[in-house]
Design a protein around this ligand. Sequence first.
Ligand SMILES: *Cc1c(COP(=O)(O)O)cnc(C)c1O
Length: 405
Amino acid sequence: MNRKIAARPQLAHLSAHLDELKQKGTYFHLRILEDQQEPVCTYDGKRVINLASNNYLGLTAHPKLREAAIEATRKYGVGSGAVRTIAGTMRIHMELEEKIARFKNVEACVVFQSGFTANAGTVSSILGKDDFIISDELNHASIIDGARLSRAKVKVFRHRDTAHAEDLLQEVQKEPGHKLLITDGVFSMDGDIGPVDKLCDLADKYGAIMMVDDAHASGVLGRNGRGSVDHFHCDGRVDVQVGTLSKAIGALGGYVCGSRDLIDYLYHRARPFLFSTSHPPSVAATCIAAFDILESEPERIERLWENTRYFKRQLAAAGFNIGGVNTPASETPITPIILGDGRVAMEFSRKLFDAGVMATGIAFPTVPEGKARIRTIMTSEHTRAQMDQALETIAHIGKQMAILA
Ligand SMILES: *Cc1c(COP(=O)(O)O)cnc(C)c1O
């Protein structure tokens, strides 16, 4: 029997906060996927063209990855049984890390439970309260949380503004602490690319530790999806490279690549590594298979970029603001449609969904006030017909809401 428990006053402030969101029109419920992550799938009982997932290369449903997960489960069971440092380091975890290190052309790699914990666990453990973090204003929340946990002093530079980053490095040049210069490789809300090469120059000039968060660049940028460091030919110049296994790689997890000593240090000090259980063997096996696919099926990445170019061109031709004026210009499969007002963005997204297209509405505080948008993400698996149908629907709603003339 399911008896409802009466609300208690202790959490009334949370209910008040939710009421506020409802008034602002930014309250949401979770859309529920009824089948698998694909270009056309079923959310909340409705078939929609999916422009919202980070499944860039369609790997979530790849038969070889599915097989790898099943086989590993048969052989090794469903869980690792402990944190890595106690008893939960399986042979397959080591194989995955060695594979990623080779792929990224670095000495060593450590895998975390997620990209979020990779960032937060790394930034918080390699710096202390006498150190400095020089960080792009649009860097991911996990970097911000890691910075807070480290208790280092944070200096934020204007988005992609390397002159401003240099000013900040100069300000702290005489201070004794370590300096960490950090950027996202691809920014998740605007789809623009961090100036990794120029920041590497600054890191070299000022002796700063250079760190890149390649969550949206993993599997997307660089040769066979090696990421932004490869894209900018900055091999050997980035001390800490973070990537995710949760987006283009199709499964779950995050990793840090760098020197053998960096990785050994993280084994000893990174708190999510020390205090949270490692991946099930199925996840490790899936990721190993995914890196094989990046090498053996480069056509997926080619299709991703072909689709991206087509979709962007058509959105711009229809008259939408897809960034570049008062907002960063997207250069990747993430394409925002800037609408301005948060309520308008949320309504646009709802209407799209009712018309059979899923694209997330994003408003303040995730993006600045007045820059609300819907965000679209292209994948290698969308067909021309699916893209055209989505474009037609987006234009139709745009006209209906008087966003397009
Ligand atoms: C998604 C994302 C993360 C977190 O990765 P998960 O593996 O999903 O935890 C970190 N940084 C950036 C820039 C991201 O977009």
